[in-house]
Write a protein that binds this ligand. Sequence first.
Ligand SMILES: [Cu+2]
Length: 141
Amino acid sequence: MNIFLSLIIASALIFGAYAFMQNQNNGATPPTPSSASSSPQAPAPAQNVTREGEKQIVSIRAKGGYAPKMSTATAGIPTTLRVTTERTFDCSSQLRIPSLNISEALPPSGTREISLGILKPGMLQGTCGMGMYRFDIIVEG
Ligand SMILES: [Cu+2]
């Protein structure tokens, strides 16, 4: 590659990084006292666990990761994980729960119900096929 072209590209990158840092500093706004005092300590728990008859349904979405990332379920009840995909072409369509020996290839769009059986108190950890995206289900006894 031409050495002068390399130098031009290098200086453009350096200038770009400098401009980006300047922009970040300017863009940082301090929190206003009112919003700081009114904000809750922790985010509200996700209301994604429901009852359907005898069963407990944990509903999550898989697309570029899993949402919500954390669910809270109850132990001792037959539990179904209901996973919804919508044009999910990333690796979150391969859902794994290693501790339950679950590995499911989800359809690109649709809803898949995965039986989790009766859960014991503790923490269930799910991941994508590569272990990059995660979700947790806290099981309360
Ligand atoms: Cu992945």
